[in-house]
Design a protein. Sequence first.
Length: 183
Amino acid sequence: MKSDIATAEIAQPYAQALMSVAESKNQTEEFGEDVRSLLNLLQNSPELQSFVGNPFIEPDKKKAVINEVVGDTNSNFRNFLMLLVDRRRILLLEPICEQYITLLRQKNQTVLAEISSAVPLSQEQEQAIREKVIAMTNARQVDLETKIDRDLIGGVIIKVGSQVIDASLRSQLRRLSLRLSGS
């Protein structure tokens, strides 16, 4: 398997090409919706992932399945996917889609906040986190990516870029334990 760096280097020009097409058609957001839908489908369907990544499946069969999966999406986006099949780069579909989302975030001045919490967050809590992250980063918008981590006991861990804000109960207990053992 290729390393993540090599994969990213191969995926980047394709993601930039997709962004160029989207910008020329003034449809960056529409492409973004299509890319997000496809990414979600790929991440939730190991069967589709293995089918797309299998080099022994004929390109025509891959095109037929992709046409079936993407349905009524933008024809330019569908053509891009067919080009990936023809160039034998369809196995890089997921990293290309992720790179496109990153480019779209940069274009829209949006940051990604990865949140780990012990329990699902309410809409009010998510909105409060969005406001804090906007204040920290001066971004226009914040995309939240949440996951549940039962090991946290309570609280949250927020990661924005290289910054990590650890407001978890587990971390607070660890700090308290260190203070008590140092006394």
